[in-house]
Ligand binder design. Structure first.
Ligand SMILES: [Zn+2]
Length: 239
């Protein structure tokens, strides 16, 4: 497949990227992480692409605005003063050099201490230490919470594991293993519970059919609202 990347056009009220492909027969449009991408057949000319995009503006603009807002709220940025959520509570990131590496959480801050022996760039060290801290926290809270909800609902998994996923919050296998993304610990407790309950319900229904959602609803009265809130927290999945 041959790809060519287009430039930003002035007429269209949003930036976009054009990907041409010889295999493609129709045009398609996606918005991911605040970026608009249009995929078209190789021979389509720019004027056609611009016309087509203009006709889609009413669809694109509100979605783009929403994604940018979500990114501003939830994107993990490794910079001093950046807001990072721990169990739904905002903390400000800061860091300093110290004798031993570590992460200290206070009601206001997440402070990363970088060992004086660390040679990599501080931003990279902070990124790595912070991720490890969250993953460790996930390991100590998520399986326990899952066990408690399993007990309360009677939906008992064969096994609970904490995983590193980039595109999903959790998974349930047909052998009864519930896997939970460590990034769940960024979310408020009620959203963590929603994801866990969702996966536990898959122990009974391995699909997203009507009975499945009925069961989710019985166990989490706010599931619809929680599902929508969760959809907006996707930037956490990207770091
Ligand atoms: Zn599901």
């Amino acid at each position: 497949m041959r790809k060519r990347v287009g430039k930003m056009a002035t007429e269209i009220p949003f930036p976009y990227r054009v990907v041409r492909s010889r295999k493609r027969r129709t045009a398609s449009l996606s918005i991911d992480m605040g970026q608009v991408e249009v995929r078209v057949p190789a021979l389509v000319d720019n004027a056609w692409v611009e016309q087509w995009l203009l006709s889609k503006s009413d669809w694109v603009l509100p979605r783009l605005a929403q994604q940018r807002e979500d990114l501003a709220d939830h994107e993990i940025r490794i910079e001093p003063g950046a807001q990072i959520f721990v169990a739904g509570e905002p903390r400000r990131l800061k860091w300093r050099r110290g004798a031993r590496s570590g992460v200290v959480e206070t009601p206001d801050h997440l402070e990363v201490i970088i060992s004086s022996r660390v040679r990599v760039a501080e931003v990279d060290a902070v990124h790595r230490q912070l991720k490890a801290w969250f993953a460790e926290r996930a390991q100590s809270v998520l399986p326990e919470r899952c066990e408690a909800l399993a007990e309360a609902t009677g939906l008992k998994p064969a096994k609970v594991v904490v995983k590193d996923y980039r595109r999903k919050w959790g998974q349930c296998s047909s052998s009864g293993t519930v896997s939970l993304n460590w990034r769940l610990v960024h979310l408020a407790p009620h959203l963590q519970d929603y994801v866990i309950i969702h996966e536990l319900c898959h122990l009974k229904y391995m699909n997203h059919g009507r009975e499945f959602w009925g069961l989710v609803h019985r166990l989490d009265a706010d599931y619809d609202q929680n599902r929508r809130q969760l959809a907006r927290a996707y930037p956490y999945l990207m770091w």
